[in-house]
Design a protein around this ligand. Sequence first.
Ligand code: GUN
Ligand code: FE
Length: 447
Amino acid sequence: MQPDPSPFGLRGFLIDAPDYGSLRSHRDGAIIIANGKIVEVGAYEDLRKRQRPVSVRWLEREKVVIFPGLIDCHTHLPQYSAVARGESQLLPWLRENIFPVERDFTGPRAREEAPLFFRELARNGTTTAMIYAAIYEESCEAGFEAAEASGLRVILGKMMMDLGSYGQLQPKKILSVSLIESERLCRKWHGAAEGRLEYAFSPRFAVTCSEKMMRSAAELAQRFGAYLQTHLAENREEIEKVHHLHMSARDYTDVYEKCGLLTPKTMLGHCLHLNAREIDAIAAAQSSIAHCPTSNLFLGSGLLKLDELLQAGIAIGLGSDVAAGPELNMWQVMRAALDVQKARSMSEPNLPRLRPSEAFHLATSGGARALGKSAAIGSFEAGKEADVIVIDLTAVLPYGKQNRHLDDLSAEDILALCIYRGGPYATLETYVRGKCVYCAPNSISSP
Ligand code: GUN
Ligand code: FE
């Protein structure tokens, strides 16, 4: 999919959060996009008047908000059909509800569902996602094909597990087949679509992966410059299990360290129950964390000590973690991130509050940093790639189009309305590299 080469302008209330703790906004702002990049950002009146060699096609409408595309740092393609299912905690939930769904996610099912999954991401305003497929090569292949067609920015990997796995393979063969297939997928897809698609070696977690598998995944990721993703310290029973499997390890994080899994291209899901040594080790390795608050609440896994991880300087993004998280909607994930810190503050009164602008930073610039993509996406700067969403403000306002108090709203007010009331129904358009990848039926025609 080639980006539209002729420049076009989007006019609206611009809001982004390049720095943690503050918002940047233009009430009547605009961005101009050409060749897939943001070329100008500023006040609409200024940009409109500027002389240029090529004329700009303007997309102007009232009462829209323009945000950087949302970034989902952790989710599972095969699990979406199983959202909101089960009432148990992590390990029984995986056994009873998730492995059976993933077991059925072979080629035909994946080819049917993957296009729908990416359509849902785009409809929710997610422009970049880091995703696990099922254990089958075909499920990942179908995922990449659908991701390519969707126009979204996607990091995907075939799930790796060789202990207690589902599937038909003889146990003796699982490890070697998993490594061969993962490498083949990485060779084919890492960097495809001019770098819009990338590969993540994806050992599930230490409960279902042998040391040999984890080591080999780390070696392959290093060899190809690809990402790594896994789950860490999500649940007490899981941690206990890992402790029994790896008696000589100092702690859960040490198991991954020893296998070479902690790298600057590693995304660690959850990280709820870490000790100070583990936090230091993750920070020293410059690995990133995907905070998955809707999932952590659904499974009763715990409340993230976000302040401690941020203080350690760890790059943190947000993840929907479908199907433990019930929605792909990243506004709901931001809301849950706020609620989790509020819940903590009830027993820890001195805890600093998490603010909507900070949750939004995590879902945009923070996620970009966690993926090593700060130079390309996450905020509105000339030269960055144009991953942008246009939101219908009236869809989140009380009394909708009849609301007469729009002009009184600050950027903070508008962001809070989106976080507490936002969702796919409010997305008008989603752009990746300047290409419209989703356009609502009620939107004006896309470029
Ligand atoms: N830990 C290992 N696998 C999974 C998974 O699929 N979902 C969640 N939430 N945690 C996991
Ligand atoms: Fe997960």
